[in-house]
Design a binder for this molecule. Structure first.
Ligand code: PLP
Length: 467
């Protein structure tokens, strides 16, 4: 077994490795050049009978695992969405792992619970959202919690099961909404046929509120109960922003729960000039965003806010004898605010990030990323071969070439260089390339390198226009 002295020595080596990695020492391809099974085939197929020296663990990490990684925090990674980390966050994660506490009750780690209360208050202050909140693993889980709270509020399913559902419960989301919403509806027993994927508006891709309202009326007329609406603030494909003010008015009419999914965009709302993203949220019921996306905090770290935590607890709290403590009713037990019993101490890394960057430091980074996206969009617009697929409101730029086939090939050729990793989406039936800015270490040189690559690849056959 590893001794504390061995750990000290190897720990220093591991920290050195992490510091080098964050200094940009790594220069290999951002996406590994491996085939399925390549990494597995290099690893021992059976566990060792005798314990191995720590040196062997670190050596194999460097030689066998790192070559098979996709480097999410490399500035050249511009796929999907940022999945940030930063050095203060890593420091917090190391300490969290080191102490290994479980924060399911106040008693199981008083400082864990109270620090979580504090960081959620801090985030609430930064977003102008005076609600209580809790840290969860992912936005998918938070959305499931919101939906379960809404379901329990609409019908006592916890006690009575499906018998409580005399009328079908129906939920609504834009056709641009994230798949986690449909998944939550499946898990909660709502069923695909009771999820209305409401059309989004052409051009802007925000939900058509009139169509949503009409769908609700039709359901009411058919004796169904509209109970849950998700507003998307920053959709996955194009960062479209639904009209939360209008949606909340529609929800009020039907007594439906309004959940706001701002998984990516929520971070940008800490900028005063982007606070418009929060318009109407105070009239919703719940709000989620991911500091692990764009607030420089290691995965996983999701901030979930609810207007009335009692409704959340009514859906999820359960206290068997062996979990009762003398502080129940006096202090918060965060297991009652989520699905799992065991809970990681996520607040520490977030506290480190907020203090180490400071609000100014966070805002400076976010502003840089927004400015880079704007500049990239301007270059796309000015380019004779490229067309913007959607307005650029945040950090994501989407564009296409003359045909789907050309765009797809161009996309694959860019990624094959190993100098960039981009993903795609379908926007109004078109295959589009997405560029997502927002890495902790991105700067203007990231955009210049990307643009030079785009120009260079466009000059290559088969992208050269036929004359
Ligand atoms: N909601 C939106 C708008 C997203 O873009 C994403 C991730 O892409 C999610 C939810 C899911 O986030 P998580 O991985 O934290 O569940």
């Amino acid at each position: 077994m590893m001794t504390p002295e061995e750990f000290r020595r190897l720990g220093h080596e591991a920290v050195d490795w992490i510091a080098d990695y964050h200094s940009g020492v790594f220069k290999g391809p951002v996406m590994p050049r491996v085939q399925p099974g390549d990494i597995l085939n290099t690893l021992e197929p059976t566990p060792p009978l005798q314990g191995e020296p720590g040196e062997a663990l670190l050596r194999d990490f460097k030689e066998k695992i790192v070559p098979g990684l996709t480097h999410w925090n490399d500035p050249r990674f511009m796929g999907y969405f940022p999945c940030n980390n930063s050095l203060p966050s890593v420091l917090g994660e190391i300490l969290t792992a080191g102490i290994g506490v479980n924060t399911f009750s106040w008693l199981t780690s008083p400082a864990g619970t109270e620090l979580e209360i504090l960081v959620m208050r801090w985030l609430g202050q930064l977003l102008d959202l005076p609600w209580q909140g809790v840290l969860q693993d992912t936005a998918s889980t938070a959305t499931l919690c919101a939906l379960l709270s809404a379901r329990e509020h609409a019908a006592p399913v916890n006690a009575q099961g499906s018998k409580a559902l005399s009328h079908a419960l129906v939920c609504y989301v834009s056709d641009q909404g994230h798949s986690s919403i449909l998944k939550a509806a499946r898990i909660a027993g709502i069923g695909d046929e009771n999820v209305r994927m409401v059309p989004s508006r052409k051009g802007t891709h925000d939900v058509d509120v009139d169509a949503l309202s009409a769908a609700m009326m039709a359901d009411v007329a058919a004796n169904r109960v509209p109970f849950f609406v998700t507003a998307s603030v920053g959709t996955t494909a194009t960062t479209a922003v639904d009209d939360v003010v209008a949606l909340s008015a529609v929800c009020k009419k039907h007594g439906a729960w309004l959940h706001v999914d701002a998984a990516l965009a929520g971070s940008a709302a800490i900028l005063p000039e982007m606070r418009w993203l929060m318009a109407g949220v105070a009239d919703a019921d719940s709000f989620v965003f991911n500091p692990h996306k764009w607030l420089f905090t290691n995965f996983d770290c999701t901030a979930y806010f609810c207007k009335d935590p009692d409704k959340l607890k009514a859906a999820l709290a359960l206290t068997p004898e062996y979990l009762k403590t003398s502080s129940d009713g006096v202090a918060e037990n965060f297991r009652d605010w989520g699905i799992p019993l065991g809970r990681r101490f996520r607040a520490l890394k977030l506290w480190f990030v907020l203090r180490s960057f400071g609000v100014d430091g966070l805002q400076e980074k976010l502003r840089l990323h927004l400015a880079m996206a704007k500049e990239c969009a301007a270059r796309v617009e000015a380019h004779p071969r490229l067309t913007l697929a959607a307005p650029v409101r945040l950090n994501t730029v989407t564009f296409f070439l003359e045909s789907d086939a050309a765009t797809k090939l161009f996309h694959e050729t860019l990624n094959a260089t190993g100098e960039v990793f981009l993903t795609h989406a379908r926007v109004e039936e078109r295959y589009v390339i997405r560029v997502s800015f927002g890495q902790t270490r991105s700067d203007w040189s990231t955009l210049e390198s990307l643009w030079a690559l785009i120009e260079q690849v466009l000059k290559q056959s088969p992208f050269t226009p036929v004359v």
